[in-house]
Design a binder for this molecule. Structure first.
Ligand SMILES: [Zn+2]
Ligand SMILES: [Zn+2]
Length: 347
């Protein structure tokens, strides 16, 4: 009797585990749907543009070559940036930010909020963290059991804390963060130019279509070209506004999350707390080598854990920041001209 109850229990727990695994795999597969949708639209646009417009409609060989070369350059850069944004690995937060078991026990057994705050403050004293919560305490993630590095946030979809988190983007099935922000910007930029190029080159045929003198293409071919114009217009408008907004964020050194809620320092909230001037902010994301600005390879400054603050002599936070940059090694600062990508491994 006892063994049959035991067998039933183990069978039901196995079924439960299988169901959970099945749900997990379904959810994982479902998250790729927006990416597949983008790839589907790109594949169709390739057929519409390359075959229906360039091969079946255009009559001039020179025009065909010029359009095809330009189109493929844009497409390669677009897909390369997209690939890099999707497959950039989220980096682990260094162990020194993780609360050891002894500290966690102390934190959980602390009698008051103030006692917890003091414990976290003491533990974070040697960490490069300058930002605080709205109540002024050290930022702590109780799901990851870590002190959050400046600008890091917990992503509920990725189920982890993410360095310089901008937002979780379903269209790339990844968090847009410190390690792929440059790729994301390039992806938006190349996608916008791609749409503008398709629009500009399809427009004369779109006008001809309405006038009724489209030319040699079949009826289906004509609809593909006209539809390509409309789809490029629709995506161009949404990409243009999103790219413009992110250019604004880059120029002010803000993430999307920081644009909604300004980072809090000991002296209070400061929406421009990380801004190093427009060009400095641009270089923080795109690096110092102009020939790599438009190439989707990693050239951002720093390691996503510690960030310099603008120099202001009277500002206590700035002094603290400068002290800390010095204390963590006599290493070049991120804005030194000779440094295109620094990695402060020891931080
Ligand atoms: Zn977390
Ligand atoms: Zn995420």
């Amino acid at each position: 009797m006892a063994s049959s109850i035991h067998n039933n229990r183990s069978a039901s727990s196995k079924t439960c585990l299988c169901l959970r695994l099945f749900n997990m795999w379904c959810w994982r597969a479902f998250k790729w749907v927006p990416v597949l949708l983008i790839l589907g639209i790109l594949s169709w646009s390739y057929y519409a543009y390359v075959y229906q417009l360039c091969i079946a409609t255009l009559e001039s060989t020179a025009q065909q070559c010029a359009y095809l070369v330009m189109y493929h350059i844009l497409l390669i850069m677009l897909i390369w940036s997209y690939y890099q944004t999707i497959f950039s690995q989220l980096q682990d937060i260094p162990d020194k930010f993780k609360l050891p078991a002894s500290e966690l026990e102390k934190l959980l057994s602390a009698e008051s909020d103030d006692a917890q705050r003091s414990l976290l403050e003491a533990y974070a004293a040697d960490l490069p963290v300058l930002t605080r919560t709205m109540s002024g305490s050290v930022r702590y993630c109780n799901r990851c059991v870590i002190i959050k590095p400046d600008r890091a946030h917990h992503c509920s979809i990725c189920a982890r804390c993410v360095l310089k988190m901008d937002h979780h983007c379903p269209w790339v099935n990844n968090c847009v963060c410190f390690h792929n922000y440059k790729y994301f910007m390039l992806f938006l930029g190349y996608a916008l130019v791609y749409c503008l190029f398709v629009m500009a080159t399809c427009m004369p045929f779109f006008i001809k279509f309405w006038k009724g003198n489209f030319g040699g293409a079949t009826a289906t071919g004509r609809y593909h070209v006209v539809f390509a114009f409309f789809v490029a217009l629709m995506f161009g408008i949404s990409l243009g506004s999103l790219f413009g907004y992110h250019c604004y964020l880059v120029s002010h050194n803000r993430t999307t999350l920081e644009a909604f809620r300004a980072p809090m320092f000991r002296g209070g909230a400061d929406k421009n707390g990380f801004s190093m001037g427009c060009f400095g902010n641009f270089k923080e994301v795109f690096g110092a080598r102009p020939h790599l600005w438009l190439v989707p390879v990693f050239t951002s400054f720093g390691d996503g854990i510690a960030f310099p603050l603008p120099p202001q002599d009277e500002d206590a936070e700035s002094l603290l920041s400068a002290e800390r940059w010095d204390r963590w090694g006599q290493r070049p600062r991120p804005f030194d001209e000779h440094l295109e990508s620094s990695s402060y491994d020891e931080l």
